[in-house]
Design a protein around this ligand. Structure first.
Ligand code: ZN
Ligand code: ZN
Length: 323
């Protein structure tokens, strides 16, 4: 049945769709459970779901998907995190924390981390719910289309595991849609949206623009400033560090009028939940902005040490960013 050049059903990826979502939908469109489909198409000896597939997509998986769905390999590659190489991080390193990317934290093929986020309204408006590669990004804490917070878990506490929604449902005739929670079966598209009012306006304008460019997959959307985002990431690292953040966090809150929140302690910015990342990013964008004015002022007034700007970073330009 699946041996021909094209499968009976060979859906193309939706705009911005991630590879894992595309594969699960293709399996369901062909009336097969994901595991059966994967065994037939990719080979029983090639277990592909024991990794972060959107980060570590084997070449043969992309080749098969592009051939059978009749799209170019270049297009297929855009469904993976490779899309962000030289835009958000320098290389797609295979292990460890990847800059700006939420980790899935795999345990026996289950995502135990909260690495895939979702906008309930995007899912609700989809003719067929699907997950976007941009929703893996840790700076993508609100939906620039709907102006609501992204969510990183179902109200039942489960993380997104759309590759597991059919498990234990042997007698189900119709496959579930991808927005169903694998743990409690609630539709993630029915989660109450949390509308944001992002102030100050200067922060909102610059951040919203970056997220819109990312949402469009960098197509017809103008460039984003790679170096500015490296600087932003470095400031986020400082703000989440109990050792280095003391003066600068207070300075930002006092000067901007933003509230002072206590946040948890994790080693990496990418490990924080969506609400904490949203808060940290707000402070960081306020300081970074479009020019170095506020940054210079905070260094001049000794709320931030100049060497913090390049501490633990291999990005050389950070050493000369504020002279
Ligand atoms: Zn949305
Ligand atoms: Zn649930």
């Amino acid at each position: 049945m699946l041996s021909g050049e094209l499968w009976p059903a060979h859906p193309h990826p939706y705009p911005g769709e991630c590879l894992s979502s595309w594969i699960v939908r293709t399996a369901h469109h062909n009336g097969l459970k994901l595991q059966t489909f994967s065994d037939i198409v990719f080979g029983k000896s090639n277990q592909i779901w024991n990794r972060d597939l959107d980060r570590l997509a084997p070449g043969f998986v992309l080749q098969i998907m592009s051939n059978r769905a009749s799209i170019s390999l270049k297009e297929a590659n855009k469904s993976t995190l490779k899309l962000y190489t030289n835009r958000l991080f320098p290389t797609l390193k295979p292990s460890g924390i990847l800059r700006w990317t939420n980790p899935l934290v795999l345990h026996h093929r289950k995502h135990t981390g909260f690495g895939m986020q979702f906008c309930p309204l995007c899912l609700l408006e989809d003719s067929e719910p699907y997950f976007r590669i941009a929703w893996r990004l840790s700076l993508y804490t609100f939906c620039p289309i709907h102006q609501v917070m992204m969510e990183d878990h179902c109200p039942c506490g489960a993380s997104v595991n759309f590759h597991r929604i059919e498990l234990g449902k042997a007698n189900q005739f119709e496959p579930s849609t991808l927005d169903e929670c694998y743990q409690c079966s609630r539709l993630l598209s029915s989660v109450e949206p949390r509308v944001i009012q992002l102030l100050p306006m200067s922060v909102y304008t610059i951040w919203n623009r970056v997220l819109r460019v990312i949402t469009r997959g960098f197509v017809n959307s103008g460039p984003i400033n790679y170096e500015r985002l490296i600087l932003l990431h470095q400031i986020c690292k400082i703000i989440v560090s109990p050792r280095f953040n003391r003066k600068i966090k207070r300075y930002i809150c006092d000067t901007s009028g933003l509230p002072t929140w206590d946040i948890g302690i994790h080693r990496y910015f990418e490990q924080y939940d969506v609400d904490e990342r949203h808060y940290v990013l707000k402070l960081a964008w306020w300081l970074v902005g479009n020019t170095n004015k506020k940054l210079k002022e905070s260094i001049r007034r000794k709320f931030l040490q100049h060497n913090y700007l390049y501490r633990d970073s291999s990005d050389l330009f950070l050493r000369s960013v504020v002279k």
